[in-house]
Design a protein around this ligand. Structure first.
Ligand SMILES: [Zn+2]
Ligand SMILES: [Zn+2]
Length: 225
């Protein structure tokens, strides 16, 4: 069965002794893949700036590519691209060059699902987070960690589970039939193929249909407010 992304869930993980770290968790059947990154290293500053999109450095892009290529199957490669499209069209990592020594850890949690599966269950990723952080000096107990994992505001676009319609995508004028294609709904309730709206929003932060302002969410705002 084809696997596609379910919607992203975003959390702030408030760990007292950790800092300056983001985590991407991808939950597939049978487990979670997680990758850690230093926020301040990936903000498109300095020499790494070349090749950046939406304030993300080439180094960050390469990290996502590398991590998920390691999963060595076609599905993982498609999914890494969907994750990347979603992150670059929704989030802005600029001005994170001065991250305070103790700041919340940012967590992107992507779940995969089979096409036709219209409900993606809530999964507890606390253990995965703790495991990922433990390589540094996390001393939190699981119970303590659960209360520190706080959901944060959804981004400008949402991945729609299992969307099917006879309407055409405004951007490419094709239908929604390809079963490996994910579909995004914007905050202003307009629907597009994920790849179409992602590449559009990278150039213009407005909805192509109604012109609603859909700027990438600034990571600083998410982490520190
Ligand atoms: Zn399209
Ligand atoms: Zn709109």
């Amino acid at each position: 069965m084809n696997k596609v992304l379910g919607d992203v869930r975003l959390y702030k993980f408030d760990v007292p002794s950790e800092s300056d770290v983001g985590i991407i968790v991808v939950s597939c059947e049978g487990g979670h893949e997680s990758r850690k990154f230093q926020l301040s290293q990936y903000t498109g500053r300095g020499r790494q700036r070349r090749g950046s999109k939406a304030g993300l450095s080439k180094k960050f892009v390469d990290m996502i590519n590398w991590s998920f290529m390691m999963m060595r199957d076609d599905i993982a490669i498609k999914i890494h691209k969907q994750i990347f499209d979603h992150i670059v069209s929704n989030f802005c990592f600029t001005n994170l060059d001065n991250v305070p020594p103790a700041c919340p850890v940012l967590v992107f949690h992507f779940q995969t699902r089979g096409f036709g599966q219209d409900h993606v269950p809530e999964i507890d990723i606390t253990r995965t987070l703790l495991h990922t952080l433990r390589t540094r000096h996390s001393i939190l107990a699981d119970e303590d960690a659960i209360t520190r994992c706080v959901p944060i505001a959804p981004p400008a676009t949402k991945i729609l589970d299992c969307y099917q319609s006879s309407e055409l995508c405004f951007l490419c004028e094709k239908g929604y039939t390809r079963d490996v294609e994910i579909v995004h709904k914007t905050r202003c309730n307009h629907i597009f193929h994920g790849t179409c709206i992602s590449s559009y929003l990278m150039r213009t932060p407005h909805c192509p249909v109604c012109s609603a302002h859909l700027p990438p969410v600034d990571m600083r705002t998410l982490l520190f407010s």
